[in-house]
Structures are given as C-alpha cells and as structure tokens.
Design a protein around this ligand. Structure first.
Ligand code: NAD
Ligand code: UDP
Length: 364
C-alpha cells in the first residue's frame, strides 16, 4: 500500500516543492492543508494529491482525522520570516509553537511518525562552526532581541518532540533547513520591503527597480541550499530506509555554498544582467547599506556566519548536495524571467513588472 503523507502548510515553499517532487518521483498519496493554493494549483488535478483549504487553528477535526489516517506527518505551517519575528513575535509564538504543539500531541496520540521542521536558527549566534546537531551550544540573545522568539519556539518544540521520542511515545525526525532557496520562496511579485527572505527580496528588487538593502553592510554569511537538493534529502527522510532517520536530528544545508550577503547580491546582479532588457540593471538598482534596527526594528539581532555540519545527512541518508549557489540562482532566476506572474506562484494581485523588453530564457 502506498505511503500516505500529511503536509500541513502544503502551499508554502517547502510544502509545494515537496509535493511536486513526491508526485513526480514516488507513488505516495499526499493529503495537504493550507490557507492558500496559489503555489500548488498545477498539482490539484493529480489523483494522488488531496488538498483542502483550511486554517490550522480552525480545521482541527480534519487535521486529527488525517493524522490518524496518514503514515507520515509534516507540520510545515509557520511564520518563517525574520521581519515578522521582530514585528509580531506573539503571532510567531501562537502559530509556530502553540498550533504546532497540538499537532505533535496528535502524533503522540496516534503514534504517527512526525518529521518536524526545526531550523538553522536554533543554533542562534553559537560560536562553534560548523554547527553540529549533537554538540552545538545553541546560543540565542537577550529577551528584548525578539528575533530569537522563532528560534526559541522551534528549539522548545525540538525538545518536546525529543522527550516524547526518547520515551518511546513518538517516532520522529527533526530536520534543520539551512537557508533553502528556489522557486516558490516567498513572493517575488510582492515588493514590500523586508517581507521576504533575502534571495526573494533581492530578486524582487531587481524585477521592480527597487533598492537592494545590505543589512549592516552585508558581510554576514549564510550557506544557501538549492531546493532540488533539499527535496532529495526530504524524500530520503520520508523513505527512512532501515529506519535511518528515526530519532535523529539532521542538518540539511550546503557548507560549500557559503556566501556573504554582499557577494550574493553581486552574483544575482551578474546573472540578471545577462537577460535582455536587464543589461543596465546596475544603473536601475542601487545597492544600499542599512542598519538592522532601521530595516527590521530594534528587536533584530544577526549572526556573523552559519555553516552546517552535514555528516548526519551524509552518513544516515547517503545525501550530499550537488548544486552550486550560482547554478541554483541561475535556475531560480530563469524561472521567474521565463514566465509571466500569472503562470507562477502569484498571489491574488501580482503587481505589474517594469520591463522594457520581453525577457528571454537563457541556458542554465
Ligand atoms: P512558508 O512560509 O513558505 O510556508 C508556510 C505555509 O503555511 C504557507 O503556505 C502558509 O500559507 C501556511 N499557513 C500559514 N498560516 C496558516 C494557518 N493558520 N493555517 C494553515 N496554513 C497556514 O514556509 P517554508 O519556507 O515552506 O517553511 C516551512 C517550515 O520549514 C516552517 O516550519 C519553517 O519554519 C521551516 N523552515 C524553513 C526554512 C527555509 O529555508 N525555507 C528554514 C528553516 C526552517
Ligand atoms: N538581508 C539583507 N537584505 C535584505 C534581506 C535580508 O541584507 O533585504 C540579510 C539579513 O539581515 C540576514 C541575511 O540577509 O543577515 C539572511 O536573511 P534571511 O531573512 O534570508 O534569513 P536568515 O538566515 O536571517 O534567517
């Protein structure tokens, strides 16, 4: 019998990409819930994709029924955007912690396998590098630096899940994404400042002739992982060959794709400048330096670098990332350049885009 996978937050960046990868590469059934459907509209006709529009705080009976019915549960609903950690920390607590705790408890009740999205944010500002799942000190900042509420919510859920699991009450895997990117990450057509993660924010700025903001100078570094590599790891975790992922915490990231935010902006500008109509992108888009507290608010605090140790992913899953940062950016940018907003992961009212000529797709 084919595996039944429940994905809450199925219309999100990870949920939509994961659904597409599962439907293409496996014979599993997907049951998915989300408040939106714009990124999964192309999947809705697939007979193995069962979508319901619903709010995790309201559709509680549907959720409990499907936790009971499914084999693997992926609770991906969360606010996962640093600007909101600072502007609305209580909503982060209510959704990312409280709503997800209920799902964890359903999984305990029905003894269902939970694959919980922890985060590289749990490592906070730890000075150890690379970040190891078992030994890192997990250092976050003072309470008035509200950015860390997301990290704290995720860390406490990691601990709750681990505690249930270590007492035999819950089969689990905690996976920790390190700055995954690709199509469907936030919304490039929504040019609101600070509303997206960095790659979408920069691409959106380039498509709308808006300024690129390097927060605190852009010397801070991240390791970016392209979505296809990430989905390869996710399929291996779901498959769980010889129970390899049971009870484990697994970083999923690409140490080789480390880049400063400033270098990232340069790389993206170089790629975008290859497109007809965008040759003069550097004249149209200013690269500014802004202070973190001005850009995000007083509650923001950043980290200098964040590099994953991926030994667990390599040894347990047999996984290694293979897409370079530049290749991944090329694929992502080609997608957004090749299609109009109406064909893509649009929200209800995509803004019109300033382009002097029709962009051509380039070889990737
Ligand atoms: P996302 O914001 O793209 O997706 C979240 C989805 O949840 C959205 O489709 C949204 O519509 C849905 N949602 C929000 N509120 C809802 C509600 N009340 N009821 C039902 N659905 C609701 O986020 P993502 O990048 O796909 O992340 C998924 C998970 O992975 C999150 O838990 C996030 O914290 C974690 N994570 C992601 C990354 C990354 O690199 N993308 C990094 C670390 C952790
Ligand atoms: N950042 C930036 N300009 C932007 C958006 C983000 O310089 O327009 C920086 C942000 O301060 C952080 C990094 O880019 O240092 C990555 O931010 P993101 O929100 O993508 O994820 P994080 O890794 O901080 O969770």
């Amino acid at each position: 019998m084919s595996l039944k996978v429940l994905i809450l937050g199925v219309n999100g960046f990870i949920g939509s990409n994961l659904s597409a990868h599962i439907l293409e590469n496996r014979d599993w059934e997907i049951y998915g819930l989300d408040i939106g459907r714009n990124k999964i509209s192309h999947l809705l006709d697939n007979p193995r994709f069962h979508y319901v529009e619903g709010d995790i705080n309201i559709s509680k009976e549907w959720i409990e029924y499907h936790v009971k019915k499914c084999d693997v549960i992926l609770p991906l609903v969360a606010i996962a955007n640093p600007s909101t950690y600072v502007s609305d920390p209580l909503s982060v607590f209510e959704l990312d912690f409280e709503a997800n705790l209920e799902i964890v408890r359903h999984c305990v009740k029905y003894k269902k396998r939970i694959l919980f999205p922890s985060t590289s944010e749990v490592y906070g500002m730890s000075m150890d590098s690379p970040y190891n799942e078992e030994t890192s000190t997990l250092v976050t900042g003072p309470i008035h630096k509200e950015r860390w509420i997301y990290s704290s919510c995720k860390q406490l859920l990691d601990r709750v899940i681990y505690a249930y699991g270590s007492r035999g009450a819950l089969p689990f895997t905690l996976f920790r994404p390190f700055n995954w990117f690709g199509t469907g990450l936030d919304n490039v057509w929504e040019p609101k400042e600070g509303s997206s993660r960095v790659i979408t924010q920069f691409l959106s700025a380039m498509l709308h002739d808006r300024d690129i903001n390097l927060v605190n100078g852009g010397e801070q570094r991240r390791c970016f992982l392209y979505v296809d590599d990430a989905m390869d790891a996710m399929l291996r975790i779901i498959e769980n060959k010889d129970n390899c992922a049971d009870g484990r915490i697994i970083n999923i990231g690409s140490p080789d794709n480390e880049s400063s935010v400033k270098q990232l902006a340069e790389t993206m500008l170089n790629i975008v400048a290859e497109y007809p109509g965008y040759e003069n992108i550097r004249e149209r888009v200013n690269v500014n330096v802004v202070e973190g507290r001005t850009y995000y608010g007083e509650g923001y605090q950043d980290l200098v670098t964040r590099v994953p140790c991926i030994d667990n992913a390599k040894n347990l899953l047999g996984w290694t990332p293979s897409t370079s940062l530049e290749d991944g950016l090329r694929k992502m940018i080609a997608y957004y350049m090749a299609a109009s907003p109406s064909e893509q992961d649009l929200d209800a009212n995509p803004p019109s885009i300033k382009t002097s000529t029709t962009p051509q797709k380039i070889a990737v």
